[in-house]
Design a protein around this ligand. Structure first.
Ligand SMILES: *Cc1c(COP(=O)(O)O)cnc(C)c1O
Length: 507
């Protein structure tokens, strides 16, 4: 019998923190500062601008330290997370995040760094950002990365703004961005936001965009193509080089959504594919806790000719001879510079989501050059293992049965429907087996899609357990049980629309 991790435990109802306190209770005690109220000037606006002074004190919970710690620790245990369960949420790369990254990002002189500290006092910090940029350039073959975009979608937006500005400066009014239907939903959305009109291209049976199909859409109105690669079917765009050639011949750009970089990290370079711009989701590929909206980093990389368009500030290095005395002593000086002639401007108040960049840098250094490619090799191996094994159990449900997948695999609901179980019910049942559900009903053009991204951090034992759970659901689960699942969680089945539109936070 397989042993599923399960998520049973003691669930106690929990009042909101504000209701758990009582007047005067404190979590900390601050030593007396020696000043009496009468020592202060009567008029508080002598210290603080009047418009910032509250009329009444804030309604904060008054609670003791153990109450706060227990409250949040208990709440955290009600959630499914990568540190407790297998989390095969397709397209999201919910890999386990090694704790060494966290440790490095929490070092006192990194964690407590003030964003306004002058560059001359934080040379090693600027050097880390610069060196990390160099590694990304080597991994992709591109010329420079900007860490200003704070999410994958923000990276897409910045990339498209660059394309827009490039054509504006050239005096060309190109309005169209081509987007295959296998692209991530953020691709057409970012195109619209950046002032373009996305035009959808249907992919072929193999789930990829054929160069021949693309030819039909090429015109002088096309500013570029946005292509997710590997795409949201988990398939590598085999025609990518030909696609790039067609675009370049037309004077258009190739933007690659590289959120799925974990599929070929260290194994292939995007510059060899003819890519002009790419965003890498550091929070996914390079292992930073993510979900629920951040923090993230959609590092945007570009070819040489577009460097001048990147957002500012950026870390600039200059070689400098130490004055006079020792002419052989070369010192590199790092500074936060804004001198990019055609920059699209500022995207963030400071340089970047620094802790995310540091975690990603620590992740790469701890892997070492010789192990980087194994990330993508194992990610692809794991996905193909699940694809093959589940392909048998969910027979007839794999739309891309022929061939290999990359980092994730996708099934339709044909086989489970035969048993009267719908995709959403499969997802909810998996929770009772102790697994976070896969991504469901996405991509939209696959009926009742079930999209599984195992990632490279999972063992064969975990994958086998997951596969056994799907098998039990496929062959043994009755509809009556399916509609009531999940049953082992704090909160059972909710109406998803109402839960989204009118959430009740107090239980
Ligand atoms: C996750 C993802 C995005 C969006 O990234 P965010 O950081 O959530 O903005 C874009 N494209 C693909 C392919 C993704 O997987």
């Amino acid at each position: 019998m397989p042993k599923f991790p399960g998520i049973k435990g003691i669930f106690l109802d929990e009042d909101p923190l504000i209701e758990q306190g009582s007047k005067g209770l404190k979590g900390i005690s601050i030593p007396d500062c020696g000043l009496k109220k009468s020592d202060l000037k009567k008029d508080e606006s002598a210290y603080i601008d009047a418009k910032y002074i509250r009329k009444s004190p804030p309604e904060l919970p008054e609670v003791s330290e153990p109450t706060v710690v227990r409250h949040f620790t208990r709440l955290s245990s009600w959630n499914m997370c990568v540190d407790t369960v297998f989390y095969p949420l397709g397209s999201c790369t919910m890999k386990y995040n090694p704790k060494i990254n966290e440790k490095i990002a929490s070092l006192e002189n990194i964690k407590n760094l003030h964003p306004l500290t002058p560059g001359s006092l934080i040379q090693p910090v600027l050097k880390m950002v610069y060196d990390f940029n160099e590694i990304l350039c080597r991994l992709t073959g591109l010329a420079e990365f900007s860490f200003a975009p704070q999410a994958g979608a923000a990276g897409e937006f910045a990339g498209l703004k660059i394309i827009k500005k490039y054509f504006d400066l050239k005096g060309e009014n190109r309005k169209t961005i081509l987007v295959p239907d296998s692209s991530h939903g953020t691709n057409p959305a970012s195109s619209v936001l950046a002032g373009f009109t996305p035009v959808e291209i249907k992919t072929g049976k193999a789930g990829t965009l054929a160069a021949g199909e693309l030819e039909k859409f090429v015109s002088k109105d096309v500013a570029g193509i946005m292509i997710t690669n590997p795409n949201t079917f988990g398939v590598f765009e085999k025609d990518i080089k030909k696609i790039a050639e067609i675009m370049h011949k037309n004077g258009s750009f190739v933007y690659m959504d590289g959120a799925n970089f974990n599929a070929f990290l260290g194994s292939a370079r995007v510059s060899d594919m003819g890519i002009d711009l790419i965003q890498l989701n550091l929070h996914k590929t390079f292992s930073t806790p993510h979900g629920g909206g951040g923090p993230g980093s959609g590092a945007l990389g570009v070819v040489e000719s577009l460097r001048e368009f990147l957002p500012v500030p950026y870390v600039k290095v200059s070689g400098e001879n130490a004055s006079g005395a020792d002419k052989n002593f070369n010192r590199q000086v790092y500074e936060l510079a804004e001198d990019k002639n055609n920059t699209i401007g500022k995207m963030t108040p400071f340089l970047c989501n620094f802790a995310v960049v540091i975690r990603a840098y620590a992740y790469l250094l701890s892997l070492g050059r010789e192990n980087i490619a194994s990330v993508s090799e194992i990610a692809v191996l794991n996905a193909n293992y699940v694809k093959k094994k589940l392909g048998k159990i969910l027979s007839g449900s794999d739309p891309f049965e022929e061939g290999l997948c990359m980092h994730e695999c996708v099934f339709n609901d044909k086989a489970i429907e035969e048993n009267g179980v719908s995709t959403i019910e499969l997802a909810k049942l998996l929770i009772d087996y102790g697994f976070h559900p896969p991504t469901v009903y996405f991509p939209k053009n696959i009926h009742g899609a079930i999209m599984i991204e195992p990632t490279e951090t999972e063992s064969i034992r975990t994958l086998d357990n997951f596969i056994k759970a799907v098998k039990e659901i496929r062959f043994k689960t009755k509809k009556s049980k399916a509609v009531k699942s999940p049953q082992k969680t704090k909160v059972g089945r909710v109406n998803e629309v109402i839960a989204n539109k009118q959430p009740i936070f107090k239980y």
